[in-house]
Structure formats: structure tokens, C-alpha cells
Ligand binder design. Structure first.
Ligand code: NAP
Length: 298
């Protein structure tokens, strides 16, 4: 059996097209579009390329986008004042501060200063709490877990009553996706288990998963014999395992031995082209939602 490939690249395209349509409707109805500000401090090349990608995507959707670059030596006080300015700006519905921040600035203090109702990354403790409560309380879902859930749903995988095993317990992927899958609701109602480095029988847990979500950051950690035949496997891992000498680009591998796993799984995400492309799409979806809330449309 060869698994169906769940393409993040394809699903992202569909989501972005849906968002674009909603932005056009919003413009027609209210004469307004979602507003997103991206704050980049300093000139870290990796941060610059992430921010550029976010800006490009936002502009392609017709968002009002402000690129607010700040010098490396900005004080914490000035950065907090800048965030306060955007917290009070009615045309801005999403505030993104690109991490990491320079040493003189406390990342936590800055992220916690963002109005939770404009925190489209969903890292603010208020949004983490809202996610735990679930249902209508959850205003924004964190982007990578939201992308994972969207892929599971759009691939037609049954989640109700499913055994979900999540490898990894990080705050940005493992813990939130495990909670989201166990909530009441569509694309959820599953039984979640989180496994990590102290888990006694990692293979045993993985083997009983109807949906296996792997976010460990260890190339080829999950062996084909750990996969239940027909399971849906979501590989979140992005590991640089070398450099392609011809293109000069990094060679990426997931946390699952893809070639062997695809002969056993029912559905599987590739790396690259799986979960990776989904994160920015979900960020844009959160920004759209924030604007829809602000305008009273949802
Ligand atoms: P993280 O903070 O490093 O956490 C990794 C988790 O995996 C930890 O809970 C760790 O357990 C567990 N783990 C590591 N090795 C293990 C092993 N051998 N057996 C069992 N559990 C193990 O990672 P993260 O930030 O969640 O990221 C995980 C991976 O996803 C990385 O490759 C990252 O690049 C990728 N990622 C991709 C996206 C995207 O595509 N958009 C977004 C975020 C992350 P302990 O807690 O016991 O140490």
C-alpha cells in the first residue's frame, strides 16, 4: 500500500484563495481590509527572510500591511511603546514581533504586551488559556498546530474517537495540538497522548496511533514498524541534514522515515511541502478572523 500524500503546498493554496475571497467581501461591505504589522528588530538574515515571506503573503491577499523595522539597539521601553501604539490602532488587527529579539529586550515582556485580541501568533498566555478552555473561547489557535489540524480535516481523516499520539511536548507544537485534538468539536473529539524523551515505550504508543503527529526535531526518529497500517502521519520535523552542492540549499528531512513509512501509513505529509507551508497561511487566517471580529462579522 502506498499512502496518500497530504500536500501542505496544495492546502495552503486553497486556504489563501478562501482568505482572498473573504478580504474582497470585507472591502465591499465595510471599505476595510485586515491590517497586519510586522515588527522586525535588527537585521538577522533568517528573521528578515521569515518577515519578508509574511509581508509578501499579506500583500498578495490584499491586507493593509505595515513593515515596521527597528534598529538593533532599540530600548525595551521604546519597543513596548511601539506595541502600545499598534494596540490602539483600529486599522491594525494583527501584531507580529519577529523573534529572536536582541539581548537588552525581554522577549516575554514584549510578547505579553501585545493585546491578546491582536495576538495572531497566539503565544500570549491569555490565548493559551483560551485554547485550553476551547470552543468559542479560543479566539486564535497557534499557527503550526492550527495548520496540522486543518491538514487532518482536509485530508478526510476521521478524528472523532481516534487515538492521537503526539511526539514532543513543546509549547508551540506538541502541547497545543494534543489539547486541540482532544477538545469537543469538529476535527477533534480524539483521545490524545503526548510522548517525549522520558516516555517508557515510545514505539508502543506510536503503534496504536490512528493519527500520529511527530514534532521532535530528530531526523528519521519514527521507524516504519512504529506506524499502525493505514494511520495518518503528520511529520512536523524540519531537520537540516546537509547541503545540496548544486543549488546551495539545505537538504531537509522530517522526523519520520518517509520513504519506508509511506508504504504503511494511509496518509502522510512530506518534508518539505507538508506542515511547513501551512504556518503562514494560518497566520493570515488569524489576521482575517481578527478583522472580522473587530468589524462585527463573526
Ligand atoms: P522542541 O521545542 O525542540 O521540542 C521537541 C520535543 O520533542 C521535546 O518535547 C522532546 O522531549 C521531544 N523529543 C526529542 N527527541 C525525542 C526522542 N528521541 N524521543 C521522544 N521525544 C523526543 O521542538 P519544537 O519547537 O516543537 O519543534 C519540533 C520540530 O518541528 C523541529 O524540527 C522544528 O523545526 C519543527 N517545526 C516546524 C514548524 C513548521 O513547519 N511550521 C513549526 C515549528 C516547529 P523532551 O521535552 O523530553 O525533551
Amino acid at each position: 500500500m502506498t499512502a496518500e500524500i497530504i500536500s501542505g503546498t496544495q492546502i495552503r493554496k486553497e486556504i489563501l484563495a478562501e482568505i482572498k475571497e473573504d478580504v474582497e467581501k470585507m472591502k465591499e461591505k465595510h471599505g476595510k481590509v485586515p491590517g497586519l504589522v510586522t515588527i522586525l528588530v535588527g537585521s538577522n538574515p533568517a528573521s528578515q527572510s521569515y518577515v519578508t515571506l509574511k509581508i509578501k503573503t499579506a500583500l498578495s491577499l490584499g491586507f493593509h500591511e505595515i513593515q515596521d523595522d527597528q534598529p538593533e539597539d532599540i530600548s525595551e521601553e521604546d519597543l513596548l511603546a511601539l506595541i502600545e501604539k499598534y494596540n490602539n490602532d483600529d486599522d491594525i488587527h494583527g501584531i507580529l514581533v519577529q523573534l529572536p529579539l536582541p539581548d537588552q529586550i525581554d522577549d516575554k515582556k514584549v510578547l505579553n504586551a501585545i493585546n491578546p485580541d491582536k495576538d495572531v501568533d497566539a503565544f500570549h498566555p491569555v490565548n493559551v488559556g483560551r485554547l485550553m478552555i476551547g470552543g468559542d473561547e479560543a479566539k486564535f489557535l497557534p499557527c503550526t498546530p492550527a495548520g496540522i489540524q486543518e491538514m487532518i480535516v482536509r485530508s478526510g481523516t476521521e478524528t472523532s474517537g481516534a487515538e492521537v499520539v503526539v511526539v514532543g511536548r513543546s509549547n508551540i507544537v506538541g502541547k497545543p495540538i494534543a489539547v486541540m485534538m482532544a477538545q469537543k468539536g469538529i476535527g477533534a473529539n480524539a483521545t490524545s497522548t503526548i510522548v517525549h524523551t522520558r516516555t517508557k515505550d515510545l514505539a508502543g504508543h506510536c503503534k496504536r496511533a490512528d493519527i500520529l503527529i511527530v514534532a521532535a526535531g530528530v531526523p528519521d526518529l519514527v521507524k516504519p514498524e512504529w506506524i499502525k497500517p493505514g494511520a495518518t502521519v503528520i511529520d512536523v520535523g524540519v531537520n537540516r541534514v546537509g547541503m545540496n552542492e548544486e543549488t546551495g540549499k539545505a537538504i531537509l528531512k522530517g522526523d519520520v522515515d518517509f520513504e519506508a513509512a509511506k508504504e504503511i501509513a494511509g496518509k502522510i505529509t512530506p518534508v518539505p511541502g507538508g506542515v511547513g507551508p501551512m504556518t503562514i497561511a494560518m497566520l493570515m487566517k488569524n489576521t482575517l478572523k481578527s478583522a472580522q471580529w473587530a468589524l462585527g462579522d463573526i
